[in-house]
Design a protein around this ligand. Structure first.
Ligand code: PXP
Length: 242
């Protein structure tokens, strides 16, 4: 079964809102693992609006599954990442005023900064994933850069405004997932996936990992985090073909 990595950023968002010690993303990560999460993802943003360096330091010691760090492709972030050595780094384009990651990389113009960082991370034994918009150029360039994984941006699919557009975006993700697998890239998907739109995505066989945060943390407000993760795992398993 494909893996589910649970993003706990928004537990930290609640904490930072009041400057309290709770809720703690470290505790949330533990509950997510109890619910069957195969990995924990955090995005240490340059403005530190939610996840803090302290969270990364502790999660590195407590996560017993697989820790993914999302980060901007800057030298200062690379230094932090190399200090704590997550299992995987997903490089994302970051804009200070955005509410959340707005797009994947366009590697034709943005690939050069990523390449040298990817090399440094891999030499330190950290797997490298690049968050890309799902186009053939991006997938091929990610393979040329020597990435271990791509994460295909599912936002265009999730925000489809018509049934036809949803089918079109789904088809694009299916083709790009297959192309990535053919080029020996690991295939992750993420952004804006929820308890409704996961069904079609889960049916794409080439996908190895789902990275999901906001919808799971929101459901956790009502049903608890362990159960919210269990429910997402059940949906993925129900809709998977293999
Ligand atoms: N993947 C990437 C690259 C992201 O930046 C985010 C948001 O931090 C996610 C996945 C998770 O998105 P969501 O919170 O919408 O599930």
């Amino acid at each position: 079964m494909a893996r589910l990595s649970v993003n706990v950023d928004h537990v930290a968002t609640l904490r930072q809102l009041r400057g309290t010690k709770f809720p703690d993303p470290v505790f949330a990560a533990y509950l997510a693992e109890l619910g069957g999460a195969d990995g924990i993802t955090i995005h240490l943003r340059q403005d530190r609006r939610h996840i803090q360096d302290r969270d990364l330091a502790i999660l590195r010691q407590t996560v017993s599954t697989h820790l993914t760090l999302e980060m901007a492709s800057s030298d200062s972030m690379a230094q932090v990442a190399l200090k704590y050595r997550p299992d995987m780094i997903t490089m994302v384009p970051e804009r200070a005023t955005e509410k959340t990651t707005e797009r994947g990389f366009k590697l034709e113009t943005e690939g050069s900064t990523i390449e040298s960082l990817a090399d440094r991370f891999q030499k330190a034994g950290i797997a490298v994933c690049i968050f890309i918009d799902p186009s053939e150029d991006n997938v091929r360039l990610a393979a040329d850069l020597g990435a271990d994984f791509v994460e295909l941006n599912t936002n265009y699919y999730a925000e489809s405004e018509s049934f036809e557009q949803e089918i079109e975006e789904l088809d694009r993700l299916d083709r790009m997932a297959n192309l990535s697998a053919k080029l020996k890239l690991g295939v992750a998907v993420g952004h804006a996936l929820d308890y409704r739109n996961i069904a079609n995505i889960a049916a794409i066989e080439a996908i190895e990992e789902y990275s999901i945060g906001h919808s799971i943390i929101c459901r956790a407000v009502y049903v608890g985090l362990q159960k919210a993760v269990e429910e997402m795992k059940e949906l993925i398993s129900k809709h998977q073909k293999k």
